[in-house]
Design a protein around this ligand. Structure first.
Ligand SMILES: *Cc1c(COP(=O)(O)O)cnc(C)c1O
Length: 369
């Protein structure tokens, strides 16, 4: 097989139609000059709320800010506990910790999402919320988590950073929680050309509170009601996101098509190598195509050095094992630790062609040969 270079992602905007559409959006903002809280932000908030079947959306600086401001909006504070997954980007745990609450880490299942049984074991009198992460772009078992929180009168929050327009039983990510948070950073499937995030809710009072928290806790130019920082999303990114929103269905179709090709080509490697098994009721958007591989580290070196295929490990360390969290909080993480040694994200993005997909598959089969 001839060596082909396969990058993990290609974030350049080289397609001339896409580039001119984005530049045109930038020019529109240059023309009206409302760089903060411009009309494009309002339009984006309305459209995203609609797509996710929610009443309100608040655009913010980043997915991290979305989580932090959302959790603060819910009133979390020192002495509270929030149960989250052991496997996510550290922003998830950091947002909890920075409200003053204590993150408590639940274990995960083979689908890499939080295990509701583990969650139930960790609930205490201090538990105020469950923060579920739709990992890799697949929605968690929200009907089970909803039952758990309703029985106990606690809150449910979605970290849907990886899962914009993913669905479970036909219901979109971002529509399940008391609040839901998205990231639109350049790596995400729905991506800005810079940092961006969004918070969704159906609760008007919460929406007003989060809007206040987004800008220094102010209700108008004169009055600050609560200390906060500046977490606003700029109009330029909102304008770019609106353009990207129009082409998003095509991007997701292509990612799902590539995943389908991998599923077929990589079946039959036995227990050495497992592709993400997706159930009928799940609509996965494949933020990453994450496989479970024996001899993962050797496979990664082989793919990168011998074959020119760039891969990523998301993530090599469960959050409770990070130096920031080790030792001061409760964690169930046996499966997470085991699965962290196997997870590998192989290239799967809309700019790949079918020859590259086949080349990746053939190279993996050659490794296990
Ligand atoms: C990307 C991501 C975040 C953080 O989003 P930023 O926009 O990078 O701040 C939070 N949680 C998860 C699961 C993510 O993938």
């Amino acid at each position: 097989m001839k060596k082909i270079k396969v990058p993990f992602l290609d974030l350049r905007v080289l397609d001339l139609k896409e580039r001119s559409s984005i530049l045109n959006a930038v020019e529109t903002v240059m023309n009206h000059g409302i760089f903060i809280n411009g009309p494009e932000l309002t339009q984006l908030e309305e459209e995203v709320a609609g797509i996710c079947s929610r009443k309100y959306a608040v655009g913010v600086n980043s997915g991290t800010d979305a989580l932090f401001l959302g959790l603060r909006g819910l009133g979390l504070q020192s002495g509270d506990e929030v149960i989250t997954t052991s496997l996510s980007w550290v922003a998830t745990a950091n947002a909890i910790a920075l409200t003053g609450a204590c993150p408590v880490f639940a274990d995960i299942k083979e689908d890499l999402n939080i295990d509701p049984k583990s969650v139930e074991k960790l609930i205490t009198r201090k538990t105020k919320a469950i923060l579920a992460v739709h990992y890799t772009g697949r929605v968690c078992k929200m009907e089970v988590l909803r039952k758990i929180v309703d029985q106990r009168g606690i809150m449910l929050v979605e970290d849907a950073a990886q899962a914009f327009t993913a669905k479970r039983n036909g219901q979109p990510a971002g529509s399940f929680g008391d609040i839901a948070c998205f990231s639109m950073n350049p790596m995400k499937v729905f991506a800005a050309c810079g940092e961006a995030g969004m918070i969704l809710t159906d609760d008007e009072a919460l929406y007003n509170k989060i809007t206040t928290l987004r800008y220094n806790g102010t209700v108008n130019r004169e009055t600050c009601v609560q200390p906060s920082l500046n977490g606003r999303l700029d109009t330029l990114q909102a304008a770019i996101l609106l353009r990207r929103l129009a082409s998003l269905p095509g991007v997701i179709d292509r990612r799902r098509d590539i995943a389908g090709q991998y599923d077929m080509q990589l079946s039959g490697l036995g227990s050495h190598f497992r592709t993400p098994l997706v159930n009928e009721n799940e609509y996965h958007v494949y933020y990453t195509y994450t496989v479970l591989a024996e001899k993962r580290d050797e496979l990664k070196v082989f793919l990168e050095e011998e074959k020119g295929i760039e891969c990523k490990i998301q993530y090599p360390v469960p959050m409770p094992n990070q130096p920031a969290y080790r030792g001061w909080t409760v964690a169930e993480k046996e499966n997470a630790e085991m699965l962290c040694r196997k997870v590998l994200c192989i290239p799967s993005h809309e700019k790949m062609n079918n020859d590259q997909v086949r080349y990746v598959s053939e190279s993996i089969k050659e490794f296990y040969g």
